[in-house]
Ligand binder design. Structure first.
Ligand SMILES: Cc1ncc(C[n+]2csc(CCOP(=O)(O)OP(=O)(O)O)c2C)c(N)n1
Length: 514
C-alpha cells in the first residue's frame, strides 16, 4: 500500500465518508487509491470554491467531518473564501492539499508556492507530511483536529512522493478533544442574572439553535422572562412550526442597536458578543448598549447542551413548557414580484423537513420572517460574509441528506461566484431547487455606499453595482450545466414553477425577476 491509500483508508476509518475534490497531477495517487477503497464517496466540483462550500454544507447537515482534495497552493487559494465561511460556521473540515514531491520543490517549478503559508490564516491546524510512513498518522491527526470542538479546519499538505512511496497502512483516530463542561459557578452566575429582575437576552448560536438546546433555551426563557435572540448568521438553525421561535439579530446596525436597546444583561450561549459587521462613521462597533453587562454562559467550544441543562436544573425549570411556534398556513401570493411575495410562496409551499440554504442578501429578512411559522425546516446561512456560498452549500447539504428537499434562496450576484455548483447538482442528480433572486444588481452595496458616507453620484460607482449589461441568462446557464430551469416574471409564474420544481426529481432552477 502506498501513502495515498494509507491516507484514504485512515480517513474512512476515522468516519470520513465523502471527499469533495478538484484534483491535479500531484493528487493522482490519492485519486487512484479511491478506486481501491469503496467506502469513500467522491464528488467532483469544477472550481475549488464549490468544493470547499459543498464540504461545508455536507458537514453542517451530516454532523460528520467533511473532506476536500485540492491542488497545491493555487487550488487551495481558489477554495479559501469558502474555507473561511466554513471556519466561521465551526465546520469540521479536513483539506488534503497535494504538493510537489519533496525533492522537486527546489526547482521552483511553475505550481510551486508556500502552501503552508496559504493555508495558515484560514486553518486551525496545518501540517505537511514528511514522508509516506507518516501520512496515515498525520491524516488521523488531521481528522481529530477537525473534530475538536466546536469544529475546526485542518489542512494536511501531501507531497506527491509521500503519496506514491510505500507505507505501512492506515492509522487509528487518536482521542478527539471533548467539549469542556461549564462550571457550576458559571451556571450560578447565569442564575443570578436571570433572577435579577433586569431585562436579560439569551444570545444563542451553535447547538443552542438545534434540538435539544433549543427546547432547553425555551424553558429558561419561559421560566425567567428572558428574551431569546440568535446571532445574525448561523451555521444551522432548526426552526418553523412546533419549534421554539427565536428572532435573529438584524444585520443593519441601527436595527441591531434597537433590538438590543433594552437589554441590561446579555448571556452568551454558544455565541460571540454582537459586533457590527463593518465599522460605519458615527456608529458603534459594539451592538449591545454601553450599560449592558455581557456574561458568557458557554463559549462555542464548550458543551452548550450541558450548560443549558445545568441552567434548567438550577432554575428548576424542567417542568416548564417551552412555548413553540404555532403553524401559520400561508397561500402563494399573486401580483407583482417582490421579495416578500416570493417569501410568502416559498413559505406556503415549503415541504416538511426541507433544508433552506439562504444567501439572499437584500431579500434575506423577507425570507426569514415569512418562514418563521411554516413547516419545520433547517435554515443554513452565510456565516463568514464571503459571498458565493449558496449554490455549493446547497449541493453539499443535498449530498448529506438525499431524502430531504433542499431549497436554495440565492441572490444573483453572489450566485455567479460559484455557479459551477449547478453542474455538480446535475451530475449527482440532487434534489435542489435554486431560486435566483434576479435583481440584476449588487443591491446591498448601493445602501452600503451611502451608509459608509462615501459621496458619489456618478456613473462609475453605479456601474460597479449593476449586473444588467449584459443581463445574465439564468435559464441558459442552468440548462448548460444540466439543470432544468424556468423564468418567472410574475408571481403566478413563480408559484407554478416552484410547484413544478417541488414535484420533480433532481435539480431545478427558477430565475425570479425582481
Ligand atoms: C468574497 C466576497 N467578495 C465581495 C464581497 C462584497 N460584496 C458584498 S455584497 C456584494 C454584492 C451582493 O449582490 P447580490 O448577491 O446580487 O445580492 P443583492 O445585494 O443584490 O441582494 C458584494 C460584491 C463579499 N462580501 N465577499
Amino acid at each position: 500500500m502506498n501513502g495515498a491509500e494509507s491516507l484514504v483508508r485512515t480517513l474512512v476509518g476515522a468516519g470520513v465518508e465523502v471527499c469533495f475534490a478538484n484534483p491535479g497531477t500531484s493528487e493522482m495517487h490519492f485519486v487512484a487509491a479511491l478506486d481501491r477503497v469503496e467506502e469513500l464517496r467522491c464528488v467532483l466540483g469544477l472550481f475549488e470554491g464549490v468544493v470547499t462550500a459543498a464540504a461545508d454544507g455536507y458537514a453542517r447537515m451530516s454532523d460528520k467531518p467533511a473532506s476536500t482534495l485540492l491542488h497545491l497552493g493555487p487550488g487551495l487559494a481558489n477554495g479559501l473564501a469558502n474555507v473561511h465561511n466554513a471556519r466561521r460556521a465551526n465546520t469540521p473540515m479536513v483539506n488534503i492539499v497535494g504538493d510537489h514531491a519533496s525533492y522537486h520543490k527546489r526547482y521552483d517549478a511553475p505550481l510551486t508556492s508556500d502552501v503552508e503559508s496559504v493555508a495558515r490564516p484560514f486553518s486551525d491546524w496545518v501540517m505537511t507530511s514528511a514522508d509516506s510512513d507518516s501520512v496515515a498518522r498525520d491524516g488521523a491527526a488531521a481528522v481529530a483536529a477537525a473534530m475538536a470542538p466546536p469544529g475546526r479546519i485542518a489542512t494536511l499538505i501531501l507531497p506527491a512522493d509521500a503519496s506514491w512511496n510505500e507505507a505501512d497502512g492506515p492509522a487509528p483516530l487518536p482521542p478527539v478533544e471533548e467539549h469542556d463542561a461549564v462550571s457550576p459557578e458559571t451556571v450560578a452566575e447565569a442564575v443570578r442574572v436571570l433572577r435579577s429582575g433586569e431585562p436579560v437576552v439569551l444570545f444563542l448560536s451553535g447547538l443552542a439553535l438545534r434540538e435539544p438546546g433549543l427546547t432547553l433555551a425555551g424553558r429558561i426563557a419561559a421560566s425567567t422572562g428572558a428574551r431569546l435572540l440568535a446571532q445574525t448568521h448561523n451555521s444551522r438553525v432548526e426552526r418553523g412550526a412546533g419549534r421554539v421561535a427565536v428572532d435573529f439579530l438584524p444585520y443593519p446596525v441601527d436595527e441591531a442597536l434597537s433590538a438590543l436597546a433594552d437589554a441590561r444583561h446579555l448571556v452568551l450561549v454558544g455565541s460571540k458578543a454582537p459586533v457590527a459587521f463593518f465599522a460605519y462613521p458615527d456608529k458603534p462597533s459594539e451592538l449591545s448598549p454601553p450599560d449592558c453587562e455581557i456574561h458568557t454562559l458557554v463559549a462555542p467550544e464548550e458543551d452548550v447542551v450541558q450548560a443549558l441543562e445545568a441552567l434548567v436544573d438550577e432554575l428548576d425549570a424542567h417542568g416548564t413548557a417551552a412555548p413553540v411556534q404555532a403553524r401559520e398556513i400561508l397561500s402563494p401570493t399573486g401580483g407583482t414580484v417582490t421579495p416578500d411575495a416570493a417569501a410568502a410562496t416559498v413559505g406556503a409551499l415549503l415541504p416538511e423537513d426541507a433544508i433552506v440554504v439562504e444567501e439572499a442578501l437584500t431579500a434575506a429578512s423577507a425570507f426569514m420572517s415569512r418562514t418563521r411559522s411554516v413547516a419545520p425546516h433547517d435554515y443554513l446561512q452565510l456565516t463568514g460574509g464571503a459571498i458565493g456560498i449558496g449554490l455549493p452549500l446547497a449541493t453539499g447539504a443535498a449530498i448529506a441528506c438525499p431524502d430531504r428537499q433542499v431549497i436554495c434562496l440565492q441572490a444573483d450576484g453572489s450566485a455567479m461566484y460559484t455557479v459551477q455548483a449547478l453542474w455538480t447538482q446535475g451530475r449527482e442528480g440532487l434534489d435542489v431547487i435554486t431560486v435566483i433572486l434576479d435583481n440584476r444588481s449588487y443591491a446591498i452595496l448601493k445602501g452600503e455606499l451611502a451608509s459608509v458616507g462615501a459621496e458619489s453620484n456618478g456613473h462609475k460607482a453605479d456601474d460597479l453595482m449593476e449586473l444588467d449589461r449584459p443581463a445574465l441568462d439564468w435559464v441558459s446557464i442552468a440548462r448548460g450545466m444540466g439543470v432544468e430551469a424556468g423564468r418567472a416574471a410574475t408571481m403566478a409564474e413563480f408559484n407554478r414553477l416552484l410547484a413544478t420544481g417541488l414535484s420533480s426529481q433532481g435539480p431545478y432552477l427558477i430565475d425570479l425577476l425582481l
